[in-house]
Design a protein around this ligand. Structure first.
Ligand code: PMV
Length: 314
């Protein structure tokens, strides 16, 4: 008898501009980041339902709190199919470092939802994929803006405003994006709550900072459309300074941003929730991008990636 198998994929994402401000209705720009990705493979087994991923190896029902979003969505989908967890062997292989602002939780959910639908031979519409991913992301992030899901599901650069239909972002940037990982788990939920506290304590100041990020994001959108790479870099560094003022950066992120700028990056900033996680930097050519990546590694980055924005986003 042929073995039943279900396969699903998900890619990483990078927020170029607008993190945190997007929670308060400002726009954000984000791109797919396929240099890191997730593959979920489901096979049948004679045993009780099992899950193998970086946070858990064992029975699905024994999974730790960290992956409760994923486990909840698996259980709900199985229930909606009138099927059982027994007999499922779910294997998740991911090259997306978790909790670094690269969309790991959304990509794992998307890959696993796709694999479940594939395994049970069900067709999966985009609306349903959003619905299920939201179940997991709400548990992981509290009340996310939805930008991670939008990018991971659409797999195209987006201009995103919370609760509005996202618009494709026309990308004409001829340059290189360097991503540097501090190696520290980012703390998106904590960082979002810090901004909220600051908002409650001093709404006037916080609203001004959030609005400034929104304005920079709108300008950056135009720079990306017009291939104005130096202007884009300037917007990035300004956005990082505001994110520092909002209290969501930390020494490791600031150190990597300074390292990039000291090595002639056109701009650099944290990406995602902050308080750990990754930075992004911009370079006009490959050799500069390589140099910046090497300097980041020499100065504490645990990993780096280089994306050719002129090629990889087309
Ligand atoms: O840390 P990430 O990549 O999940 O990014 C979160 C982005 C925030 O704007 C900080 C939060 C959100 O829900 O949009």
């Amino acid at each position: 008898m042929d073995e039943n198998i279900g396969i699903g994929n998900g890619i990483g994402k990078i927020i170029l501009m607008g993190e945190h401000a997007v929670v308060y209705g400002q726009p954000a720009l984000a791109i797919p980041f396929p240099l890191v990705n997730v593959k979920t493979i489901i096979r049948s087994s004679k045993e009780a339902g099992k899950l193998n991923c970086s946070f858990h190896k064992g029975l699905i029902i024994d999974g730790p709190k960290k992956i409760s979003g994923l486990i909840t969505v698996i259980k709900q989908i199985i229930h909606s199919f009138d099927e059982k967890l027994e007999g499922l062997n779910i294997n998740i292989e991911s090259s997306i470092p978790p909790e670094r602002g690269m969309g790991s939780s959304a990509a794992v959910a998307v890959a696993t939802i796709r694999a479940l639908y594939d395994y049970f031979n069900k067709s999966l519409g985009i609306g349903e994929l959003f619905k299920w991913t939201k179940v997991s992301e709400k548990i992981v992030h509290g009340n996310p803006s939805g930008i991670d899901m939008a990018i991971v599901i659409n797999e195209q650069p987006l201009y995103y405003i919370k609760e509005k239909p996202s618009t494709p972002l026309e990308c004409n940037i001829d340059g290189y994006l360097i991503v540097g990982d501090t190696g520290q788990m980012g703390q998106t939920k904590f960082a979002v709550s810090k901004v909220r506290e600051a908002m409650e304590a001093n709404p006037q100041r916080s609203n001004r900072l959030i609005k400034e990020i929104g304005d920079l994001t709108n300008k950056a959108k135009i720079y990306i459309q017009r291939n104005a790479i130096s202007d884009l870099g300037q917007s990035m560094i300004k956005a990082h300074e505001i994110l520092i003022e909002l209290g969501v950066s930390n020494n490791s992120l600031d150190n990597l941003v300074s390292t990039a700028m000291n090595n002639n990056a056109l701009g650099a900033k944290l990406t995602g929730g902050g308080q750990g996680g990754c930075i992004i930097a911009l370079a006009s050519n490959k050799s500069r991008a390589n140099l910046i990546a090497n300097k980041l590694l020499e100065n504490g980055a645990k990993d780096t990636w280089i994306m050719d924005m002129g090629v990889d986003l087309q």
